[in-house]
Design a protein around this ligand. Structure first.
Ligand code: GTP
Ligand code: MN
Ligand code: MN
Length: 386
């Protein structure tokens, strides 16, 4: 391949995901799905570096504006390491990759995926359980392990939480959240973030960012929202964290850490059928599914389902950064932060942007301004599906 005459690349692509427009699902879904499996497998092994390499390859392929037909078209493209290129070549030539197939059917991958699919269970915990021979939910339940409150809820609502949230369900949750937020703080603003803001048709949860145009009015808001949701019987589980962010003289927080310090709540909502027309329709069309779920929870033909919801409260002065940070995708965020540090000597977080050369924070009241500070062309939310 290296001795071949150099041809003009079929299509040009920039090396940072934040320099590209990446629609969902893209034109190379066979390739991106395969690379995603390898990335996930590496992540489940705790091998972050390897996972990131596959994620970058996946992101690059998703951003291409047409389908790759043969290996020659990969020439000149950035982000593709030797390993990814081998897998892609296999897929293009044989339609399958033996490595991907072996990964998908390996007991370790299957068990780790199942265990980390429990809300509240991370890679470390899942690994420990797998090492002890736990490969199924039944084995976990009889293992005698004591589970924390999040994990207990995760196990209880396992089926629901592993069924993708539809656009209609996300809209129904939006209506619920807006109603509650406006009742506890008139004038507060609720913005849908995460995958649904990027135009995805389904997701693993629904993410909201909440703010108020008068700085300070948002303080303590999360507790009022939770209290109201609870009084209306809309919450099955919640874990709230208070805001611990303070600007420091040395610059924007810890940009290497993906955790931010907003007031926020990881929760599980009880979405009833009457709040979601789609659910009612599905229940009518497929009574069998409802029966199976009822059997699993022992709740007897229940007219509701559990949905994961993230609520984040931001002061208005940090809102643009919070919105950029909570819209994703995860790779797009990582790449934007990497671009900021390496190409601009700036630290970007979900709270602020700090210019290390000028030794000062750069303010922004819109995402457009943040891209401009970073010297990046604006990428709309629907183009951030790297
Ligand atoms: P699905 O929910 O799977 O459909 O995709 P998603 O892109 O919405 O993923 P998710 O809900 O996990 O995260 C949405 C965005 O919030 C992503 O950009 C994440 O990087 C970001 N995010 C999630 N958790 C945190 C966190 O603890 N801190 C910060 N700063 N960002 C987070
Ligand atoms: Mn999400
Ligand atoms: Mn989320």
């Amino acid at each position: 391949q290296q001795g071949d005459p150099v041809e003009a690349p079929a299509f040009l692509a920039a090396s940072y995901a934040c320099q590209r427009n990446t629609p969902q699902p893209g034109h190379n879904t066979l390739l991106t799905a395969a690379l995603s499996v390898l990335a996930e497998s590496a992540e489940l092994n705790g091998d972050e570096g390897r996972g990131l390499a596959f994620r970058r390859s996946e992101g690059l392929l998703r951003s291409l504006d047409r389908r790759v037909q043969g290996p020659a078209e990969l020439r000149g493209l950035p982000c593709l390491g030797d390993h990814s290129r081998r897998v892609i070549q296999d897929l293009l030539e044989n339609g399958v990759s033996s490595e991907v197939e072996e990964t998908k059917s390996s007991p370790r991958y299957k068990a780790m995926k199942l265990l980390t699919g429990i809300f509240g269970v991370g890679v470390k915990t899942a690994k420990r359980w797998f090492t002890e021979g736990i490969c199924s939910l039944a084995q976990l339940e009889t293992s005698g392990h004591s589970l924390n409150a999040a994990q207990q809820a995760g196990l209880k609502y396992y089926t629901d939480l592993n069924q993708p949230v539809s656009r209609e369900e996300a809209d129904a949750v939006s209506v619920m959240v807006e109603g509650v937020v406006h009742s506890v703080l008139p004038g507060a603003r609720v913005t849908l973030a995460g995958g649904f803001r990027r135009g995805k048709m389904s997701g693993h949860d629904v993410d909201f960012l909440i703010t108020h145009p008068d700085e300070g009015k948002e303080e303590g808001l999360i507790h009022k929202i939770i209290a109201c949701l609870e009084s209306r019987g809309l919450l099955l589980y919640q874990q709230t964290t208070r805001n611990t962010y303070r600007e420091s003289a040395k610059g924007a927080g810890r940009p290497s850490s993906s955790m931010d310090r907003f007031e926020r709540c990881f929760s599980i909502f009880k979405l009833t059928n009457d709040s979601s027309p789609e659910d009612t329709r599905r229940a009518q069309q497929d009574p069998e599914r409802v029966r199976v779920e009822a059997d699993q929870t022992g709740s007897g033909g229940r007219p509701w389902r559990a949905v994961r919801v993230d609520l984040v409260v931001s002061p208005i002065s940090q809102f643009a950064f919070a919105l950029l940070g909570w819209t994703g995708s995860k790779l797009f965020e990582r790449e934007t932060r990497r671009w900021a540090v390496r190409e601009r000597s700036m630290s970007l977080s979900s709270h602020a942007l700090y210019d290390r050369n000028q030794e000062r924070y750069l303010r922004a009241s819109s995402e457009e301004e943040i891209f401009a500070h970073l010297g990046l062309e604006y990428v709309s939310p629907t183009g951030r599906n790297a």
